[in-house]
Design a protein around this ligand. Structure first.
Ligand code: CUA
Length: 297
């Protein structure tokens, strides 16, 4: 959060540094007075002096300081959060323990994906936040502040990234044993590159070798692969799974070994996960599934 790459984060970092500097100054003043009181050659003070000192130091100073801080903080609230039309709308649903992500296309249709967020730099993205189970919180420290994701209500949240790069998004509200294991990479592109990415992401994939096993083993009941008969909506969409930077919501790099291990016992990596164990498949069958998944580019 102290390396801002978004307008909201820059305002927060600015506020942090002003408050940190103010804190140091006030701390030095209080320590100076304390040292003077303990070690200084004190002439007895009159009661009138003591009353004034308490009134100034204990009432007037905090009131003025806090009022100034409030005015400064309110002025930092960016106008575009309230007024601009967003350039992009992304629907985010937080689940135990992953992120459902859907990009709203100009025709109103949604492009489903999961556990990775792509944004165009210099444009305002509006997030439509929902949860299906417990309270989570959506936070990308480099881009801005956090917003709770609450079951049964829709929270709107806007961010405007300024720098391209890859950042880390996290869940910032304790939501269960694997709360710390639901992260998501955030890739900020130049706007033209973002459009290219979105068109790729919106494309379907063809059924290929391994698809039949993917469906017969039950994977397709929970996971969708657009363009095939696998249309489950319980778990993360896997259409372009292999083009993502991580698997299992930001916790593992996508490798054959990690996929094998995940299929055998996902709860070893992520306690309380809803992904069942596929240890009952043969090693050859798991190999086939891993190859199939690594091919979903
Ligand atoms: Cu979701 Cu913490």
């Amino acid at each position: 959060m102290l390396h801002p790459a978004g307008e909201d984060a820059a305002a927060i970092a600015n506020l942090f540094w002003v408050m940190a500097a103010g804190t140091v100054v006030i701390w030095l003043i209080v320590m100076g007075i304390t040292v003077y009181a303990v070690l200084g050659k004190n002439r007895p003070k009159t009661e009138r002096f003591a009353d004034r000192f308490i009134l100034l130091g204990g009432v007037a100073f905090p009131t003025v300081t806090l009022a100034a801080l409030l005015i400064f903080g309110l002025a930092l609230l960016p106008d575009w959060v309230r007024t601009d039309r967003p350039d992009l709308r992304v629907h985010i649903s937080a689940e135990q323990y992953w992120w459902r992500v859907a990009y709203e296309m100009p025709d109103g249709s949604l492009v489903n994906t999961a556990n990775e967020l792509h944004l165009p730099a210099g444009q305002t993205a509006e997030f439509v936040l929902n949860s299906t189970d417990v309270i989570h919180s959506f936070w990308i420290p480099n881009l801005g502040g956090k917003m709770d994701v609450i079951p049964g209500r829709t929270n709107l949240w806007r961010l405007r990234p300024t720098d391209t790069g890859v950042f880390r998004g996290v869940c910032a509200e304790f939501c269960g044993p694997s709360h710390a294991l639901m992260a998501f990479p955030v890739v900020v592109h130049e706007p033209a590159d973002f459009q290219t990415w979105l068109v790729d992401e919106a494309s379907a994939v063809a059924e290929r070798e391994g698809h039949d096993l993917f469906v017969s083993a039950g994977c397709g009941a929970c996971h969708a692969v657009r363009g095939t008969s696998a249309g489950g909506a319980v778990g993360p969409d896997l259409t372009h799974f292999a083009s993502r930077r991580t698997m299992a919501a930001g916790i593992l790099p996508i490798t054959a070994d990690n996929l094998q291990s995940w299929l055998i016992d996902a709860s070893h990596h992520k306690p309380d996960v809803r992904m069942p164990s596929y240890a009952s498949l043969t090693a050859t069958e798991r190999d086939t599934l891993v190859t199939y998944l690594l091919d979903l580019k």
